[in-house]
Design a protein around this ligand. Structure first.
Ligand code: SF4
Ligand code: SF4
Ligand code: SF4
Length: 257
């Protein structure tokens, strides 16, 4: 009899939103549970089985010494390791610390900062261990999550686009909010995958899926400025969800050239 593949879900520094996306696959969850045995998922069960695991979904960024050790152990226990969400793929919102003094942050936020043991940076999982696949977004998209799990079950590569959010606007017939309403939008440089969610609700994309492959940020900056963003606004929007992604973090070089 063929052994049912096992799935483990892990949390590092994060808000749990990406793990909840798995629970949000309501209609498909029972079918999935019939094809995969979920053997470690603290968010959903108190029963934890030891590894090894066929697939590990890893949420969150590495921000403490303890997490550094733990991700190495999880990698050793996992045949396939998938980083899920902006925290795990780009350091997340907490990667803002990478541009500041963490000691100063902790002294402002905590009454007793001497009890805080944290690293100076927030880094993606791939900065520490080999990652087999990355799912973008804050949170991830449930259709992409399901496709990725089905792909690994079927022994094929996940069918995930690396084009821009603009291509998804065109595909769903959404009128461009920048062209029609003058709303600044990072869609032209952000990786597709959300189905152009924000433009569909008359909002500009703020880049939560991180940079697409070879983003032309230099071409986008004057358009953002024409539509009302000053340097501070541009700095903030590029540093919000994917602050640690070189494609967005190296933006200052584009602007000065
Ligand atoms: S990527 Fe967003 S939703 Fe997912 S864990 Fe990080 S903060 Fe939460
Ligand atoms: S709304 Fe944004 S993502 Fe959509 S086409 Fe316009 S610039 Fe591109
Ligand atoms: S449109 Fe942009 S900000 Fe909105 S969900 Fe998609 S990638 Fe994220």
């Amino acid at each position: 009899m063929t052994k049912t593949p096992t799935l483990a879900v892990w949390k590092f520094t994060s808000c749990d939103g990406c793990q909840l996306t798995l629970l949000d696959c309501e209609d498909e969850l029972l079918t999935l549970a019939g094809r995969l045995r979920i053997t470690h998922f603290v968010e959903a069960s108190s029963v934890m089985e030891p590894g090894p695991y066929d697939v590990s979904l890893v949420e969150g960024s590495i921000t403490t010494q303890e997490e550094l050790h733990r991700i190495t152990e999880i990698r050793e226990q996992s045949r396939i390791l998938v980083a899920i969400g902006a925290c795990a793929t780009h350091g997340g919102i907490q990667a803002l610390r990478n541009f500041a003094d963490v000691t100063e942050f902790t002294s402002v936020v905590y009454a007793s900062p001497e009890h805080i043991a944290t690293l100076a940076t927030s880094t993606p999982i791939s900065a520490h261990v080999p990652v087999d696949f990355e799912l973008r977004g804050c949170p991830i998209d449930r259709r992409q999550l399901l496709d990725t799990l089905c792909a690994f079950l079927a022994g094929r590569s996940p069918d995930i686009p690396n084009t821009s959010v603009c291509t998804e606007c065109k595909r769903r017939g959404t009128t461009c909010v920048t062209v029609a309403e003058g709303i600044p939008c990072l869609g032209p440089v952000t990786q597709a995958g959300c189905g152009a969610l924000c433009p569909a609700y008359h909002r500009g994309c703020f880049g939560c899926f991180g940079p697409m492959a070879n983003p032309n940020i230099h071409a986008l900056l004057p358009i953002l400025r024409v539509n009302g963003m000053d340097t501070g606004d541009i700095d903030r929007v590029f540093a919000t969800y994917a602050a640690a992604a070189p494609g967005f973090a190296n933006r200052s070089g584009d602007e000065s050239s």
